[in-house]
Design a protein. Sequence first.
Length: 388
Amino acid sequence: MNNVREGAWGIYAHIPYCVKKCAYCDFISAASGKNTAEMEDYAAALRAEILREVPPLRACRGDAATVYIGGGTPTALPAALLEGILHTLIETAGTPVECTVEANPGTVDEAYLACIRAAGANRLSLGVQSFDDRLLRAIGRIHTAEEAERAFCAARAAGFTNISLDLMYGLPTQTLDDLRQSVNETLALAPEHISVYGLIVEEGTPFAAAEAAGRLALPSEDAAEEMYDWLMAELPARGYARYEISNFARAGYESRHNLGYWRNVPYLGVGAAAHGYVGGVRWGNESNTRAYIRTMRAGGSVRIPEDTQHTRDNAMEEYAFLALRTAEGVDEEDFARTFGVGIDDVYRAVIQRYIALGLLRRADGFVALTDAGMKFGNEVFAAFLLDE
């Protein structure tokens, strides 16, 4: 697995625009339409925040190891605006080992991708979700299966040698055969990385309204579980090792940026609704895009600190939750170094119980979820909560 070097830090930049909001999405984003003027204002505000916040961190921590531009749909921006954001990030933070841009296949062509590749992006995350046009329409995606394949080929032609594809399962009316077809088409393209997510019906989304009205034909729990079990067996058998609950990669292509999240590495969040974690402090930025632009124009702070006290117990819980998401698990030596106490002094009973249940394993100085534990991760995570 790729190592995240000690002392590293990352940057997450949020682009709160999409061409169209998907029916299942509860992320902070809005349909961009033709509002180019606002996108220009937003890009200027984001670059101003980068110029203000990045240099002090670089001065004390060195160059950023990773940059991740997510959304929303970053590629909903005109290419010149995204290119400018990339230039500002790299000029202020140094050239990162990994610079990822999320993209919707319906928003890019080879010229667009060549532009952001030349600007410094070296990893692309394509939100394909399915290679079934019927399912793509049902979930509100703007692209077709053919356009997804075309976008992937355009990314290769533009020089991207590290591409991740997102897939979803448990979609309305989806069957195991539908999923197999999408996975086979994904594997035929041979991306370096694959992320798979089970559909969660989030409050406030069109899918939540449809479910409440009895109009959402979701697969049964047994059918969704069958899809999950098939994916967890098939992808490793086809050369993609599972290194985190939802992520699979060829050797050496694990997402360095996301590994940073799971290993408690500091990261700066910039942009509306972005979150950051530096110096043990977590915050979220102003989530209203126009308010974010106004505040940045006035030179004010867009950060909103967490309103809860973060105790040492909270820190240990969070450390465990995040590390347990990875196949590697909790590094016992690092836990002791971080908190000044051995993991057994805090979690011995929990670890022994879940090893006995077959949901945890312990070897070579690590405590990690088993395959069964990955499936029932939330149950294990809850057991790592500490009484105040």
